[in-house]
Ligand binder design. Structure first.
Ligand code: PEP
Length: 253
């Protein structure tokens, strides 16, 4: 039985004040009995403030990335031990904005993923194809390649400490969501590929969907067999829509 997980990726938005207000609103809006795991990934600089507000709540805290090193001369990076110091238990790794805008390679993403696990942080490994790749019929080839680049380094058992997020690039921040059937097809494919490597890991690993999930489409996506929650960008910036998405995950759990 996979417990759904809904994570908000706040990206580079807001102020320290709006971030703590959003954290407060999420904590107070969650039902007392929540069968779904919930997390938020604020900008690094808001993590200390948000961390204080989440203390004692069920809401998990995460970084939007994590360094491939523990410490040293790595300007601009934030390490897993630093994230842990502020109570982070999650870190997004390999987001398409990191891959595409900042040129992060599969090898770097694999190293970041391994560092997170080494320090007890759960990496949320993002994989997904561009529109061009989908139209060329290469979706499976792309997601398989991105996943194997990491598992080739970290091993299949690492997925016992990680989460996968399928995020078609063409659906991120565009308002264009994959249909539930399109998403399920890729999620099922990913799980099937993993079955060949380790059936138990394959059946236990959570595969989140990300890409313009909102309060209206969340339920139909989460009702799919291999969709175990979501990584939410734009709709996580308002407590009402994020809480409605969590509710949809609860109803489909
Ligand atoms: C994301 O950035 O991971 C994401 C899914 O964004 P959005 O929900 O805005 O498409």
């Amino acid at each position: 039985m996979r417990r759904p997980l809904v994570v908000g990726n706040w990206k580079m938005n807001g102020t320290c004040q709006s971030a703590v207000q959003l954290a407060d609103a999420i904590v107070s809006g969650l039902p007392s009995e929540c069968q779904v795991e919930v997390g938020v990934c604020p900008s690094y600089v808001f993590i200390p403030g948000v961390s204080e507000r989440l203390a004692g709540s069920m809401v998990q805290l995460g970084g939007q990335n994590v360094a491939d090193q523990d410490s040293g001369a790595f300007t601009g990076e934030v390490s897993a031990p630093m994230l842990k110091e502020f109570g982070c238990s999650l870190a997004i790794v390999g987001h398409s904005e990191r891959r595409q805008v900042y040129g992060e390679t599969d090898a770097l993403i694999a190293a970041r993923y391994q560092k997170a696990i080494e320090h007890g942080i759960t990496p949320i490994l993002c994989i997904g194809e561009t529109l061009e790749e989908r139209e060329a019929g290469d979706t499976f080839k792309v997601v398989d390649g991105q996943l194997q680049a990491v598992l080739g380094q970290a091993g299949i058992q690492s997925l016992g400490h990680a989460v996968i997020a399928y995020e078609p690039v063409w659906a991120i921040g565009t308002g264009r969501t994959a249909t539930p059937e399109q998403a399920q097809e890729v999620h099922a494919h990913i799980r099937q590929q993993l079955v060949a490597q380790d059936p138990e890991v394959a059946s236990n690993v959570r595969i989140l969907y990300g890409g313009s999930v909102n309060a209206d489409n969340a339920s139909s996506l989460f009702s799919q067999e291999d969709i175990d929650g979501g990584l939410i960008g734009g709709a996580s910036l308002k407590a009402d829509s994020f809480l409605a998405i969590v509710q949809a995950a609860m109803e489909n759990s």
